[in-house]
Design a protein around this ligand. Structure first.
Ligand SMILES: [Zn+2]
Length: 279
């Protein structure tokens, strides 16, 4: 039993003292998962829900881009390759503004068959590289670590085994960084009607002011400790105007404090890797 625990311990290496650039106290990753209608289609949701997803591609993704650019901050857009091909102008615009474009699976699922999984990841990687001009080095997915490592991926933003960034070493020697997020910092938990095919009695559409306070309190806790925060948005939910206004207030409040580093996931990962090289 102890041997197993020790083996588990070795798998996770938390970046305990990230020493963010310019003496920043906290790194904040605003991330957006550009699911549009794809996830909803996979769940075989009715046309009305698909159209809500489509709003993300037509309107929401542009509003979030304008918001982040108005604050001159860098963020990460996680894109399923297929959605990238459906909304190429949006993905190009995010890349042009200096945001990171990262993978979110070819069609928001990872096939069980390894050869098909590889074909999906390759297809998504190549589609995003073509659109953004840069080969993605990050993903938010269930892809196998070995495959990600082999295709040059440096990080996944999916697990939540710690509240700080951590490296995970997998069997076979693959090592990836993990940028954790929590459901309390995921807009879907507050703003999505019919999320994951839930029935009407399970709905919760939260008042944006309540979410603002919750997210601000979470940020404040992390800020005081010095650390890391990853906020997960979806353009089809957070791209609604009242929620964009809420995010604007949240970011404005964060910016009033000294030492807040608004970075893309890639910037955080490359910074942590550079700390290792210094040692
Ligand atoms: Zn997604």
């Amino acid at each position: 039993m102890r041997a197993i625990v020790r083996a588990q311990d070795r798998r996770y290496q938390v970046v305990a003292e990230p020493r963010w650039p310019d003496g920043a106290r906290i790194a904040v990753n605003f991330t957006a998962d550009f699911d549009a209608m794809l996830l909803r289609r996979l769940l075989e949701e009715p046309p009305m829900q698909l159209a809500k997803g489509e709003f993300g591609g037509r309107v929401g993704v542009w509003r979030l881009l304008d918001l982040f650019d108005s604050h001159a901050m860098k963020t990460t857009l996680f894109v399923p390759g297929r959605i990238g091909e459906l909304y190429p102008e949006a993905v190009r615009a995010w890349a042009r503004s200096g945001h990171e474009v990262a993978d979110h699976m070819w069609e928001h699922r990872v096939p069980a068959d390894p050869a098909t999984e590889r074909a999906h990841l390759l297809r998504s990687t190549e589609a995003l590289e073509k659109l953004s001009g840069r080969r993605p080095i990050g993903t938010r997915s269930w892809h196998s670590a070995e495959l990600l490592g082999e295709l040059g991926y440096l990080y996944n933003s999916h697990d939540a085994a710690d509240h700080r960034p951590y490296f995970t070493e997998y069997h076979g020697g693959t090592r990836l960084m993990n940028l954790p997020f929590h459901y309390a910092l995921d807009d879907a938990q507050f703003f999505s009607f019919a999320w994951l095919n839930t029935d009407n009695s399970a709905q919760r559409i939260a008042d944006p002011d309540r979410v603002l306070e919750l997210w601000w309190d979470t940020f404040w806790q992390q800020y005081q400790q010095g650390g890391y925060l990853n906020i997960c948005l979806h353009p089809f939910m957070s791209g609604r105007s009242m929620r964009v206004a809420m995010l604007d207030q949240l970011i404005t409040r964060m910016k009033e404090l000294p030492g807040v580093w608004f970075a893309s996931c890639e910037e955080v990962v490359r910074h942590c890797l550079s700390l290792e090289e210094e040692r």
